[in-house]
Design a protein around this ligand. Structure first.
Ligand code: SF4
Ligand code: SF4
Length: 444
């Protein structure tokens, strides 16, 4: 581990208000089972799963209802026991309407039993099969299939596994509560990851605004007898430290090269919630159809950290928490920096839904944006050393093919540039528009 101060990444970064006090002290709360679940087939990075059921089929909790026939994809499982009432479409914040299976829950059905399973003697390939069959994906928001991420190119050696407990987005406390309430499960998940990767050491990176989580994970690491190979590191607070490249640098001092993968510097990064899902999949035989969702913002009657099955809708969440207040002007899936504003409440919770924010005008003010005044603040804030000001000017002129030379494809849309811009320019939206145009071939 690096000893140099400050104990964070070096290039750029910003300090948005945390606004975590609304939920950080709220213990995990089970979302009551609903009568109807809308299960999206696009809960991950990669091709959507193919529905394996049809209207009228009976399904059991944990049964596979979506399969994959491509390298990049993830299986989807029923969150409840019940009957398929339709196979249709559900809204997705980026992809638009995507395939979905709607299930009506059988109120008489008992919940699926969990059976502990031996894993310590298993070879990597068998552990990977359990993770794949359980449909585990990156729960931090990216949704990358975890079994794929655990198979880096054969010519690269992984010596370090990193668990990401940073949760640097404002409002979100789902990972924080999981670390406080399930630290032993997370550490077991990390042990499984280490065995699968054959890596010799691990870090759990947590920002130092969560000292209770740091203490809980340190105690769990000691309890598991893993103190010699696992370091729980308390990092300085800076956004976007939860991004892979920045976290790797903060913890190891290694810099992932432009266009490279964490594996190019010997690292694999997984979110703490993903480690928890890996534990459930491999050690308990439980598929991935539940996660913690922070529901926050002043625009909802009550805030909470809800343990939700996938397929509950935003309307279900709001109703359970007393409803959306009149003052709410915006609903955001994810955090305010990297999340997506959605127009309605019919979006289903998926494996990647870390937060649902109901924001008031005071929390999410709207600004008219002006021309770039060449102040350079966005350049100073960018953790990738890119030139968002130039990209925005090209996008405004619809000269999208001029954007890549200023770093378009290196941008991971963290929003730091937009956050500091005194002209309130929507830099990330310009960048997203440029990527979309060029990908569709319509940008020239
Ligand atoms: S959104 Fe992109 S350009 Fe803007 S600061 Fe983040 S990485 Fe840099
Ligand atoms: S921060 Fe805004 S005004 Fe300043 S250089 Fe960047 S885009 Fe231009």
């Amino acid at each position: 581990m690096r000893n140099a101060e400050p104990f964070t990444f070096t290039l750029g970064g910003v300090h948005p208000p945390g606004r975590k006090a609304l939920t950080e002290s709220l213990a995990l709360e089970a979302m009551p089972l609903q009568s109807r679940y809308v299960v999206s087939m696009s809960q991950h990075f990669g091709a959507p799963a193919l529905p394996l059921v049809k209207k009228g089929d009976a399904v059991r909790e944990g049964r596979r209802i979506g399969g994959v026939d491509k390298f990049l994809g993830a299986e989807v499982h029923s969150p409840v026991t019940g009957t398929v009432v339709s196979v249709g479409r559900a809204p997705h914040p980026i992809l638009g309407p995507v395939p979905a299976v709607v299930i009506e829950r059988d109120p008489e059905a008992s919940e699926a039993a969990v059976t502990p399973q031996e894993w310590e003697c298993l070879p990597s390939c068998d552990i990977l099969a359990r993770i794949r069959d359980a449909g585990v994906v990156g729960m931090g928001g990216a949704g990358f299939p975890t079994n794929v991420k655990l198979c880096p190119p054969a010519n690269l050696t992984i010596d370090t596994c990193i668990l990401n407990g940073v949760e640097c987005e404002s409002y979100l406390t789902a990972d924080h509560r999981l670390m406080l309430e399930r630290p032993a499960d997370i550490v077991q998940g990390l042990r499984i990851l280490l065995q699968t990767l054959g890596a010799g050491r691990a870090f759990i990176g947590i920002e130092n605004n969560k000292p209770d989580a740091v203490a809980a994970l340190r105690a769990a690491v000691d309890e598991a007898g893993e103190g010699s190979r696992v370091t729980v590191a308390a990092l300085d607070v800076k956004y976007p430290q939860g991004s892979e490249k920045q976290l790797i640098e903060a913890l190891t001092g290694r810099r992932v090269p432009a266009g490279g993968l964490p594996a190019h510097v010997g690292c694999v990064v997984q979110n703490v919630a993903t480690a928890h899902a890996v534990y459930e999949a491999v050690a308990l035989g439980r598929s991935c159809y539940e996660r913690v969702v922070t529901v926050s913002g002043r625009g909802v009657a009550r805030q909470a950290n809800l343990v939700c099955r996938v397929g509950v809708t935003l309307a279900d969440l709001a109703a359970h928490l007393g409803g959306v207040r009149e003052e709410a002007v915006k609903c955001v899936l994810g955090g305010p920096m990297m999340g997506f504003a959605v127009a309605g409440l019919d979006y289903p919770v998926t494996k990647t839904t870390s937060g649902v924010l109901f924001l008031t005008a005071e929390e999410s003010p709207e600004f008219e944006h002006g021309p770039c005044i060449r102040c350079g603040r966005c350049l100073d804030a960018c953790p990738m050393g890119l030139m968002p000001n130039e990209m925005s000017i090209y996008a405004e002129r619809r000269k999208y093919d001029g954007m890549p030379r200023f770093g378009l494809w290196e941008c991971f849309e963290c929003g730091s540039c937009s956050y500091v811009c005194p002209a309130k320019r929507p830099l990330v939206q310009f960048i997203r528009a440029g990527k979309a145009r060029l990908k569709s071939g319509a940008g020239k």
